[in-house]
Each structure stands twice: as C-alpha cells, then as structure tokens.
Design a protein around this ligand. Structure first.
Ligand code: BT5
Length: 270
C-alpha cells in the first residue's frame, strides 16, 4: 500500500495548516481537504444547493473528473497541483457577475507572482499563463439560487510528460518556487482581498479592471476568438471593456465585443 509520503517531491497538504487562513474571521469559514473526488466544483455546487453559506473551500489532492469549460477536462496527477473550489454568494447586480472570473484570474496571478516568483499573466478571460503556456485554469459556475462556484486549478510540480497538452506548463517546469501549501494560502488571501473590494463597491468595474488590465496579456495582440460552434474571428484585441468583455478589431476595421470564447494569442501587434 502506498503511504502518505510515497513521493517526497509531492508532500500531502495539511488541512490544519491551511485552516489558518480560515481562522481570522474573514471570508473563508471552512477549508476541507479531500484525498480524492470527482470534481471539487461539483462538490461545492452540491453544498451550495443544500444551503451552505458563503466561504466554503474544498481542496482535492486528486480529481477523477476535473472539469474545464464546455465539458472539457482538467487533468492532474495526485498532489501535483492546486485543485480547489470556493463558494461565494455575491450580492452585486447580475450584470456585474461577469466580472467575477476576472477578479479570480487577477487574484491567482497575484498569488503566483508572489509565491512562485514567476511572471504570470492572464489570457482573457482567465487562463493563467507563464511564458505563453497555460499554468492554470479557472471555471466559474452559477447555481440557480445565485451562488457562485469558483474552481481553480494550478499546475505546481507537474512534469512535462504528465501534462495533458503540450501548451501547458507548471511552476516547477517554469523554474518557479513549487510550494503548493503556500500558494494555496496566498490564492485564498488574494481572492479574499480582491473580492472584498469588488463586493464593497457593488461590483464596480473600477474595483477590478484597472488592475486586471495590468496583468492581462491579451490586449494589443492579434487573437483568434474561437466559438463553441467552430467559428472563429481574427483581429487585434483592443481592450477589455467595463463589462469584462473583450473588444476585438477585425481586418474590416469593425470592433466587436466578445463575452465568451476561447482566445488564441497569435502574436504581439506591431
Ligand atoms: C479551464 O477550462 O481552464 C478551467 C479549469 C478549471 C479546473 C479546476 S480544478 C478545481 C475545479 N474543479 C473542477 O472540476 N474544475 C476546477 P478550459 O479553458 O476549458 O481548459 C480546459 C483545457 O485545458 C483542456 O481541454 C486541455 O486542453 C487543457 N488542460 C487540461 N488539463 C490541463 C492542465 N493540467 N494544464 C494545462 N492545460 C490543461
């Protein structure tokens, strides 16, 4: 039987140490660490539907059915990454909720920069990139009663042969500081800080967008926006507007705004 310490490069998380973040009386009330689950987003959604209050955090050492957007998968070996979901119950107007994925992306980038000491950036809306490769992904889902489940995956000690796609990277591969527990705590603190400012302002664009634009690597690039139906549109990313949408100017000079879609960075403009 493999023991708790089978891979010394991948120590298990300590729920006790992580719960230090929840003891300050702030946003995070309870941090649950589970050895294995299907998807932490699914677990937090179930809790939300059962009436769980804001501030639950579920962290998994391994997921057997980790989810990305549009029914895609998120894959990671056990104990190699940050895999967690947060339960929020924002009271801001529904029109402001599309800014929450941006609040999260900004927070994760700030935490990766601080703890892993890597020059992380966001690809709109909220992929976390290092050296143009995907270090982390975020999946924000709403429940029918208005709760929001924020799922965050960040590759920490994942090796090249363990990445499901050649366009991915991990903190270890990129030469950063691969400390999963410190990163988890800092992501939680960063989301708490950023979400507090966002919520207190009633979800005002100015509470997140100036800082988001600073860390967003998409603006100024030639991009392909790919839609779920297979269509795609190429143009120059002009800005992220106050609604959190990406404004792209096509070859015809017309500017179009996108609220969703996969963006491929083609090259820097100019
Ligand atoms: C995302 O989706 O990037 C959101 C991923 C969110 C994962 C977290 S983990 C904790 C929580 N619980 C869950 O069940 N989910 C959340 P998307 O933009 O659709 O990207 C998915 C695509 O990224 C896949 O189709 C692969 O191409 C690629 N991919 C999968 N695993 C990856 C990994 N570990 N690193 C880099 N790329 C990956």
């Amino acid at each position: 039987m493999p023991g708790r310490w089978t891979d010394l490069d991948r120590p298990p998380l300590s729920a006790a140490a992580l719960n230090a973040v929840a003891r300050g009386g702030g946003l995070w009330r309870e941090i649950r660490v589970v050895e294995e689950t299907g998807s932490t987003n699914a677990d937090v959604r179930v809790a939300a539907e059962q009436g769980e209050a804001e501030g639950l955090v579920v962290i998994a050492e391994k997921q057997s059915g980790g989810r990305g957007r549009l029914d895609r998968q998120w894959e990671s070996p056990a104990r190699a990454s940050v895999l967690m979901s947060l339960l929020l119950r924002p009271t801001v107007a529904a029109a402001r909720l599309p800014l929450l994925p941006l609040v999260t992306g900004l927070s994760v980038v700030e935490a990766v920069r601080a703890v892993a000491e890597l020059p992380a950036a966001v690809k709109w809306p909220n992929d976390v990139l290092v050296d143009g490769r995907k270090l982390g992904g975020i999946l924000v889902e709403r429940t029918p009663d208005g709760a929001v489940v924020v799922g965050i995956g960040v590759n920490v000690t994942t090796r090249p042969d363990e990445l499901p796609v050649p366009t991915g990277t991990s903190i270890q591969i990129a030469g950063g500081v691969p400390d999963r527990e410190s990163l988890l705590k800092e992501v939680l603190r960063a989301v708490e800080r950023r979400y507090a400012v966002f919520a207190a302002s009633g979800g005002a664009p100015d509470s997140v967008l100036p800082a988001y634009r600073e860390v967003c690597d998409t603006v100024g690039r030639v991009v392909d926006v790919q839609l779920p139906d297979g269509a795609s549109a190429r143009g120059v990313a002009m800005t992220v507007d106050d609604g959190g949408m990406l404004v792209v100017r096509g070859a015809d000079g017309v500017e179009r705004t996108w609220s969703a879609g996969d963006v491929v960075h083609v090259r820097a403009e100019g």
